[in-house]
Design a protein around this ligand. Structure first.
Ligand code: NQM
Length: 356
C-alpha cells in the first residue's frame, strides 16, 4: 500500500491545553472526512491515544483550524474542535479559550497575518460561536516570540504573554446568559445555575454532594456514584439550556463550587464533562465569574466579590485571573493573561483507517 502523505501541523500549547493546529486548506473540506482524519491523527478512540498524537486527556486532544477571515472586523478565522479520547467523536459545539491563546502565534507562524514590530494585535473570529476576540502577541523585529516573563498557574516556567479580550460573550453558545430565564433551577434535588457567558456551564454547590470543593481531580474521578449523578444532571440541563440532547457532547461543563480558600473569588472543580479539569477553562472561568455577580445564582452567596475588576478563580492548579469590565451583573468585556508555545512544526501521519 502506498504511504499516506503527511499533513502540515503545528503542535501548540495554548494556556494549559495543547492542540494540533492546521490550515483549513491542508484538511478535507468535507466535515465528515475531516473529522475521520482528525480521529486518526489523534489516535482516537483509545484511552491512551497510543497510535496518535493526542495525550490521552481531553486537554491534549484538541484541534484548531485556521483560515483567512470570513467576516469583516477579523484578521483570522479559528474553528475549534474537541476530539474525544475514547469515543469516535469530534465536536465543534464548544469553543476553547485556552487554545485561543495559541491561535495568534500560529496565524503569524503560518503567514496568515503579518507581524508588526513590537506587538501584533489580532482579531480572531471564533467560528464556533461567531465571537471576535482580540489577542496581543509579542512580535519583536516582526517575529513571534515565545520567550518572556509571564507565568500562569498550571504551566511551569515563564513565557511571552498573550493578552486576550472578549467582548459581549453573554449567551455565546445558548443565546442567553441564563437560558432558562432564571438564576437557579432544581435538577434531581440539586440547586443549579445554568449559565453561558462564553461557555455553557452548570454551577452547583460542592457541599450539596457532601464535598468540600477542594478535592483533587484524581479523587473526584475515582468517585463513580458522584460522576453518575453529575452526568444525570448534565443530561437534563442540556435541553433546558437549549443545547438539545447532550449525551454525545462535551457541553455543558459541570462546575462544583465552594467558598474560596486561597485569596480568590471562588473555588472550582470542573467536570469537562466526564474527566475532571486539572485547572480551569478560560471561558468556563468567565461563566463562573458571571455567576458570582448574578444575584440569585448559587455562586453569588459563595463568592468573595473583589473590590476591583480582578476576579481570581481558584482551581486545582492555582488561580486564574479574569479582568471584568462590568456594570453590576452586566459584563461587557473579559480579559485574560495566557501564554502559548510552539512545541513542534512538521508533518503529522494519521494512523491507518480501522476496519469496521
Ligand atoms: O473554557 C477545556 C481548556 C478547556 C476549555 C474544556 C477552555 C475554556 O482548558 O475556554 O479553555 O473545558 O474542555 O482547554
Amino acid at each position: 500500500m502506498a504511504a499516506e502523505p503527511g499533513i502540515p501541523c503545528l503542535w501548540m500549547r495554548g494556556g494549559t491545553s495543547k492542540a494540533a493546529v492546521f490550515l483549513a486548506s491542508d484538511l478535507p473540506s468535507d466535515e465528515m472526512a475531516r473529522d475521520r482524519l482528525l480521529l486518526r491523527i489523534m489516535g482516537s478512540p483509545d484511552p491512551r491515544q497510543i497510535d496518535g498524537i493526542g495525550g490521552g486527556d481531553p486537554l491534549s486532544s484538541k484541534v484548531a483550524i485556521l483560515s483567512p477571515p470570513s467576516r469583516g472586523g477579523a484578521d483570522v478565522d479559528y474553528l475549534f474542535l474537541q476530539v474525544f479520547v475514547d469515543q469516535p467523536r469530534v465536536t465543534a459545539a464548544q469553543p476553547c479559550g485556552n487554545i485561543l491563546a495559541a491561535v495568534g502565534p500560529a496565524a503569524l507562524e503560518r503567514g496568515l497575518v503579518a507581524a508588526q514590530d513590537g506587538v501584533t494585535v489580532l482579531r480572531i473570529h471564533t467560528r464556533n460561536t461567531g465571537e471576535v476576540a482580540q489577542a496581543v502577541i509579542q512580535t519583536p523585529a516582526r517575529r513571534v516570540t515565545y520567550y518572556g516573563c509571564a507565568e500562569i498557574d498550571g504551566v511551569p516556567a515563564a513565557h511571552a504573554p498573550v493578552q486576550l479580550v472578549f467582548q459581549n460573550i453573554a449567551g455565546a453558545v445558548c443565546g442567553a446568559m441564563l437560558p432558562t430565564g432564571q438564576p437557579s433551577d432544581m435538577i434531581d434535588g440539586i440547586a443549579c445555575t445554568l449559565i453561558d457567558h462564553g461557555m455553557p456551564v452548570v454551577l452547583m454547590r460542592a457541599a450539596d454532594f457532601g464535598l468540600s470543593g477542594q478535592e483533587s481531580p484524581e479523587i473526584l474521578e475515582s468517585m463513580n456514584d458522584l460522576k453518575a449523578r453529575i452526568e444525570g444532571i448534565r443530561l437534563q440541563a442540556g435541553p433546558m439550556m437549549g443545547l438539545g440532547d447532550v449525551q454525545a457532547q462535551s457541553i455543558p461543563k459541570m462546575a462544583l463550587l465552594a467558598p474560596p480558600c486561597c485569596g480568590g473569588a471562588i473555588a472550582t472543580r470542573f467536570f469537562i464533562p466526564q474527566r475532571v479539569h486539572k485547572g480551569v477553562g478560560v471561558l468556563a472561568a468567565v461563566s463562573v465569574a458571571a455567576g458570582c455577580v448574578t444575584p440569585g445564582s448559587i455562586a453569588h452567596p459563595l463568592a468573595q466579590l473583589p473590590q476591583n475588576d480582578s476576579f481570581r478563580i481558584e482551581h486545582p492548579s492555582g488561580l486564574t485571573e479574569i479582568l471584568l469590565e462590568r456594570e453590576g451583573p452586566h459584563i461587557h468585556a473579559a480579559g485574560f493573561l495566557r501564554t502559548a508555545r510552539k512545541l513542534m512544526d512538521g508533518l503529522v501521519f494519521p494512523a491507518p483507517e480501522r476496519l469496521a
